[in-house]
Design a protein around this ligand. Structure first.
Ligand code: ARG
Length: 459
């Protein structure tokens, strides 16, 4: 059969070329958006008197029937069609006859595909946002339970200062909150309808683009027809947002993998999210976290892929742009899977507060507080820093920690040292004293949790 687009050519292509050219294997997932878009298009054409009421009704009925049959499984997508748009039109014409051929008046596949993709991805934004929220909630719940559980905070992966595990987790909650914000911002720019741009130059028909956009829940229409059909920046932006999100999830995954190792043993992952080894019976591998870390690479790849596809394209539509879909679909699928497994994995992990505290007790992570103690007694910070360093060196040489070094030894370094220093370098004091806004004190962590929960509820 010659192609629907057979015009100046006979429309008889080599089957290999057909296969290469076709996108239906991956764009059929947009069937719902495509059909809803066509229903709105038919309504607009009818209202404008471009089609008669009878034609409009027939198109609507035909399209609604196709959607219903696809949803119920009564109708299967014909994979020999070039893409989902061609399939729907072909099926419509098969069902209602020649009127079906009138649907494509005052539009082109170029504006149609751009609109379908925007509609499809805006729904993905909503699904992903709901999953991010569930993950933030799991983080906030664990943070609440561990707002007073002391662990070493690290810089350079060297023990640095004591923090609470709750504080550490809330750092990720804040990152994810920004991911949520970026996602909603991206959706705002995405939710603009290009339909009516037609092939590239607009149309001579008296269309009502705004009506059509409104029927489909868009916030507005594109204001330049060539821009409308040419750009895929909304998909690039979504891939960018998802890449940043995956970068955050990957860092948290890396920490979970470290914390679950015997070297740290700060957490035990639930059996439900741990795998064994085929040869080593003792293994509890954090495969879920490792996979999330690995899949970040795949999402970054999608972003680079699409940027590269677009960077050299002259306006307006080029077939290269058919390559926009697989990467962004895969990124959405991947991100959703990662988020779905991450939230329950976090919620079900057991926190080994005993091991965290033990790790915090070595490594001299209260040395800054010792220096601060001297500063409060009147010493300039640089001098206090130096003395504290000498005290730490002495402890190391004698196998002591700051808490066990006798006061007489302290006095050898400075007469400003007094018995009250022991209270100041107590780990719990160190954490509770960090009352600056956003610090690790219990009150501050509580405030962070309340803020994040309020944003989730109302923001
Ligand atoms: N399958 C095509 C795509 O995904 C639809 C647009 C085709 N337009 C064209 N002029 N060949 O981009």
């Amino acid at each position: 059969m010659p192609k629907m687009w057979a015009g100046v050519t006979a429309g008889r292509t080599d089957p290999l070329a057909d296969d290469f050219n076709s996108s239906i294997r991956f764009d059929s997932r947009m069937y719902r958006q495509d059909i809803k878009g066509s229903i709105a298009h038919a309504a607009m054409l009818t209202k404008q008197g471009i089609l008669t009421q009878g034609e409009g009704d027939a198109l609507k009925e035909g399209l609604t029937g196709i959607l219903k049959d696809l949803e119920s499984g009564a109708l299967e997508i014909d994979l020999s069609c070039e893409d989902i748009h061609m399939f729907v039109e072909q099926e419509l014409t098969r069902r209602i006859g020649d009127t079906g051929k009138k649907l494509h008046t005052a539009r082109s596949r170029n504006d149609q595909v751009a609109q379908d993709l925007r509609m499809y991805l805006r729904e993905e934004c909503d699904e992903i946002a709901a999953l991010i929220k569930a993950l933030i909630k799991a983080l906030a719940d664990q943070a609440e339970a561990h707002k007073a559980s002391i662990m070493p905070g690290y810089t350079h992966l060297q023990r640095a200062q004591p923090v609470s595990f709750g504080h550490h987790l809330m750092a990720y909650a804040m990152m994810l909150l920004r991911d949520l914000d970026r996602l909603s911002d991206c959706k705002k720019r995405m939710n603009i309808s290009p339909i009516g741009s037609c092939a590239l130059a607009g149309t001579t028909y008296d269309t009502d683009r705004r009506m059509e956009a409104e029927l489909l829940g868009f916030d507005g229409i594109s204001l330049n027809s060539m821009d409308g059909v040419s750009d895929r920046d909304f998909a690039v932006e979504l891939l960018g947002v998802l890449s940043i999100l995956m970068m955050h999830l990957s860092r948290l995954s890396e920490e979970i993998i470290l914390w679950a190792s015997w070297e740290f043993k700060f957490i035990d992952l639930s059996d439900a999210y741990t795998t064994g080894s085929s040869i080593m019976p003792q293994k509890r591998n954090a495969d879920m976290a490792e996979l999330v870390r690995g899949k970040a690479g795949r999402v970054f790849g999608g972003l680079m892929g699409l940027l590269t596809v677009l960077k050299g394209l002259p306006l307006a539509y080029n077939k290269d742009m058919q390559e926009d879909k697989e990467g962004v679909f895969d990124a959405c699928d991947t991100v959703k899977m990662c988020l779905k497994v991450f939230a329950p994995m976090l919620a079900s992990m057991q926190v080994r507060t005993d091991n965290m505290l033990r790790a915090a007790q070595t490594g001299f992570i209260n040395a800054t507080d010792l220096a601060d103690y001297l500063v409060r007694k009147g010493l300039p910070f640089r001098s206090a820093y130096k003395i504290s360093g000498q005290v730490v060196a002495r402890c190391m040489a004698e196998g002591q920690v700051l808490e066990t070094l006798p006061i007489e030894t302290y006095r050898e370094f400075s007469p400003l040292f007094d018995e009250d220093l022991y209270g100041e370098i107590d780990l719990k004091t160190c954490v509770d004293k960090r009352v600056s806004e956003g610090g690790t004190s219990e009150a501050s962590v509580e405030k962070q949790i309340a803020y994040v929960r309020a944003v989730l509820d109302h923001g």
